[in-house]
Design a protein around this ligand. Sequence first.
Ligand code: SAM
Ligand code: SF4
Length: 318
Amino acid sequence: MKDLYGRKINYLRLSVTDLCNLRCKYCMPEKGIKKTSHSDILRIEEISYIAKVFTSLGVDKIRLTGGEPLVRNGILDLVRDIGKIDGIKDFAMTTNGVLLNRYAKELKKRGLNRVNISLDTLDDTKYREITRLGSLKDVISGVEEAKKIGLTPIKINIVLIGGFNDNEVPSFINFAKEFEVDIRFIELMPIGEAANWAVDRFMSNQTILDNLGELTPVKNEDISSPANYYKIPGSNSRIGIINPISCKFCDYCNRVRVTATGKLKLCLHSDDEIDIRSIIREGKDLKQFILQEILKKPKSHKLEEGQYIKRNMHEIGG
Ligand code: SAM
Ligand code: SF4
């Protein structure tokens, strides 16, 4: 499946819930969110059906995200269903890791290949401050269990927040070596209700590279990956730099997203959404509909012109 600009679309990100067990300052309002009506949320069978249809169109990489995917009722059934679809080469999940210790074994058994775990600080007090609810030790035990069970390679996603965790880069490098994981620094995006807070805290990822001195770049086989990787000396781990704002990777974009309410998003940084839930519920031809709608995928985002989306990230899944 190709879009109007000849980009091959082979990566689907499925947000399975907009709910979360944390309240990260840059993502969720402190009081949580108004619960979306049950009937508006895609059922597990509907999400598996979407995964099947996209796979039949050439998607071979699927990521489950949220909200927090591990708080979704039926998540293990969904992983089992998607794990059985032929043609998927990479089946991953992005999680905050809080419940990973409990679920890692079952996830692996049902076909999940690997996890990305979001962790913005290695200090327990700061972890509680940024997530407003979480406990660092739960995430660390999740990382350990995922490693033990083989949900690997593990990538740790760190949102770089000025004055908060920019002094923790050396600690994260030690963490990467100790746990044999990749670490990836992501620029803070000023979106949703915390947009103003995020603008004040934004730091370019370039500051990390400037402070680390000479690093050896690692060739990335996947040109659609938004991360530039460098070798961490003395280990097999890598440090990845993701700059959605200061560096564009739209020309190589291969991904689309579906929200928990069944909205197809052709670009993370656009407010445009296409309702596929009603296509499914009305029994229409989803495959044909997607082929026609994919042609509307925008050529690039307009972040550098200050066009930021209004939704919070927990509604889209990152
Ligand atoms: N709850 C899961 C987690 O935290 O990994 C999955 C959903 S979360 C929305 C996906 C990713 O989006 C996380 O790595 C999170 O740090 C990132 N994210 C959320 N809001 C962001 C923002 N304003 N700027 C940059 N990254 C953000
Ligand atoms: Fe939840 Fe993930 Fe958003 Fe944090 S970043 S509030 S863990 S959805």
